[in-house]
Design a protein around this ligand. Structure first.
Ligand code: MG
Length: 371
């Protein structure tokens, strides 16, 4: 079997709000083989940059577009092809956008491998520790405590047992923050796990003060309070507070996650499959397990990411919950023609060959960015 085509498909809502909300567009990767098997992947990065990295022509041995490197290759050689892409992008890669683009291709190659061998991806990763994963409903903060509480109530009414809110306008001043958290707790009651995603805006001392102020809300974790480069700050926070600290979505390499765990001392390791790919994610989860840390996914895009996350979380021993974006974007909500199944806040791990999720051509056609 040989790779015939690699396409980067950019989908975008007609109106994009100025928010930290990556559910408003998507970059879908389609890898076509000469056997007729098609693999699907996704990149949650800068969509047009990832598309350019995939489509770039050959410049020289260390500066090559990813598509060029893959045409004619055997798609089952996922680890060898990861190394080939890494080595032929060294001058502009090694971190960030190139690795994220490679991750989208890696997911598509695993999808092909699963379809070719008639096995779900989690089976190829070593087998499932579980066939269901508890899910938390992941939300943006709304602009008032009341509207945010309504989102929390909706999640609980839909059967979720855990809910997260993140980013603006949270974090600017402690009194406003308390109003948001009180409203959320009133809406959820005490039995629901509540996570807080701060959005990178505090320093270490502010985080320590706020974490102590918020202890009464028994937050399941506080996510990304600090700038991702402030690893010493993360370590100071970890030493000072009881509430678990989660981070990782800004990282896309094994080296980056190793720094986050060993210098930043985070408690919960968050891996986005559409930035790391399965090939790196399994190594990251293993490094987390060695350190006694739980590993979870990050997912604020489509059901391709959600399905990839489920295979990953099924196949690692140290998983405990899955992020599922509940923002109303139709790209995020309805891309898949066979979406993942969540009931009572529990997701079923797909058992079909490959990812088990395929994009709906009508949604691709409707939101394809044509400019
Ligand atoms: Mg986050």
């Amino acid at each position: 079997m040989k790779i015939q085509a690699v396409e980067a498909i950019y989908l975008r809502l007609p109106k994009i709000a100025a928010r930290t909300d990556s559910s408003q567009d998507a970059l879908i990767v389609k890898v076509t083989t000469d056997s007729g098997i098609i693999g699907w992947g996704e990149v949650d990065g800068c969509p047009t940059v990832a598309k350019a990295i995939i489509e770039a022509p050959y410049s020289h041995t260390l500066v090559t577009g990813l598509r060029e490197l893959l045409i004619g290759e055997d798609p089952l050689d996922v680890t060898r092809l990861w190394k080939k892409m890494y080595d032929h992008t060294l001058y502009y890669g090694r971190e960030g956008a190139v690795i994220q683009a490679m991750a989208g291709i890696d997911i598509a190659l695993w999808d092909i491998k699963g379809k070719a061998l008639g096995q779900p991806i989690h089976q190829l990763l070593g087998g499932a520790f579980r066939d269901r994963v508890r899910v938390y409903a992941s939300n943006m903060f709304q602009f008032t405590p009341e509207a945010t509480a309504a989102r929390a109530k909706k999640a609980v009414d839909e059967g979720y047992t855990a809910v997260k809110f993140g980013w603006e306008p949270f974090g600017r001043d402690p009194q406003t923050d308390l109003r948001f958290l009180e409203a959320i707790r009133r809406a959820t009651g005490d039995a629901i796990d509540v996570m807080l995603d701060v959005g990178l805006i505090w320093d270490a001392k502010t985080t320590i003060r706020r974490a102590r102020l918020f202890e009464t809300f028994r937050l399941a974790w506080i996510e990304e309070p600090l700038h991702p480069d402030d690893l010493d700050g993360y370590a100071r926070v970890a030493r000072a507070v009881e509430t678990p600290i989660a981070a990782g979505e800004e990282e896309c390499t094994v080296a980056g996650f190793t720094r986050l765990m060993d210098i930043g001392k985070v408690d919960v390791v968050q891996v986005d499959l559409t930035r790391c790919g399965f090939t790196q994610a399994m190594r990251i989860a293993s490094l987390a397990q060695q350190r006694g840390l739980p590993c979870v996914n990050h997912n604020f895009t489509t059901d391709i990411n959600a399905a990839a996350s489920l295979h990953f979380l099924a196949a690692i021993p140290n998983a405990f919950i899955m992020e599922y974006c509940v923002e109303p974007s139709e790209i995020s909500r309805n891309l898949a023609r066979n979406p993942i199944k969540i009931e009572g806040g529990i997701a079923r791990v797909p058992s079909e060959p490959g990812l088990g999720v395929e994009p709906n051509p009508e949604i691709i056609d409707k939101y394809l960015a044509r400019s």
